[in-house]
Design a protein around this ligand. Sequence first.
Ligand SMILES: NC(=O)c1ccc[n+]([C@@H]2O[C@H](COP(=O)([O-])OP(=O)(O)OC[C@H]3O[C@@H](n4cnc5c(N)ncnc54)[C@H](OP(=O)(O)O)[C@@H]3O)[C@@H](O)[C@H]2O)c1
Length: 319
Amino acid sequence: MLSKETKIYVAGHRGMVGSAIFRLLVKNGYRNVIGLESSELDLRNQQDVNVFFNENQPEVVIDAAARVGGILANSKYPYQFLMENLQIQNNLIDFSLKCGVKKFIFLGSSCIYPKMSQQPIKEEYLLNGFLEPTNEAYAISKIAGVKACEAVKKQYGLDYISLMPTNLYGPYDNFDLQSSHVLPAMIRKFHEAKEKKNITVELWGSGNPMREFLHVDDLAEAVIFSMENELKESLYNVGTGTDISIKELAKLIQQITGHKGDIKWDTTKPDGTPRKLLDISKLKNEGWESRIDLESGILSTFNWFIDNLKDIKEVKLNF
Ligand SMILES: NC(=O)c1ccc[n+]([C@@H]2O[C@H](COP(=O)([O-])OP(=O)(O)OC[C@H]3O[C@@H](n4cnc5c(N)ncnc54)[C@H](OP(=O)(O)O)[C@@H]3O)[C@@H](O)[C@H]2O)c1
């Protein structure tokens, strides 16, 4: 049974996702929430993770630690995206099991599903077809994490589950143009173009792909909901259930940032998967739904970006 004194370890608590979960746990009155930066505990190191678990004995583990990045970083460094994520999650899952952790929440990504998946994507479509090649290595590591949690649940009867969020955005996102995802990259590009007297903004691809976006504070709510309730299955999608074309998204961000110039689409650059919308009915049937609509979510993220311009995260490609 969970109480406000339960020791909860949030791995990756300084990242966009981990920090949102950490903030919400504290806000909801959990008094024993712990986290370490990668400089204090490198989760790739099996020995160090072993020592950490034995010394700290967490009761709940939330795995929001991962090597993440956009198309560019993923296609340039597949080995690191595969190997580092396997190392991090294997160490966390295995030492959680060995130290008697009763609840484990593994965070993956919707890129685990086949590139040409039927839409909206149901959890059971996993491993039904080929993956998007630009992030195949990352997706394979995440699929391994899903399968490891499923195996623990099946074999040991412990509540080890995986949540697959759609594209996320919000405070503490990565705004570095070399390694960021589409939404924060657009916020930065449109803002900087506006500052430079509304110069043209150049964006990758045709603008036709359809994508779904979830505010990270909504994801944090879903994580805490999943932590506080025993869910039936071991894999759940987390999304809003609605999608938007990249072109429409660009127009919305252009309007929110106040950019008055042109948009040029560089169609020589890849589009990625044509459509990606998660079927969210499984988690909805358990009782959870997102609350933040896209326009107000982008507006608050843009305001956060402006307020934090000096310290915005620029994840340098550290390979
Ligand atoms: N962002 C998205 O759009 C999105 C969408 C779907 C799913 N997700 C999932 O959410 C999870 C977190 O993503 P995020 O966007 O929050 O990423 P992020 O902001 O880059 O944060 C990653 C976190 O992982 C930690 N980390 C990385 N390597 C580590 C290592 N070797 N040892 C210890 N800690 C390490 C980092 O710690 P330090 O900062 O201390 O180095 C950081 O706290 C990932 O599993 C990702 O797949 C993200």
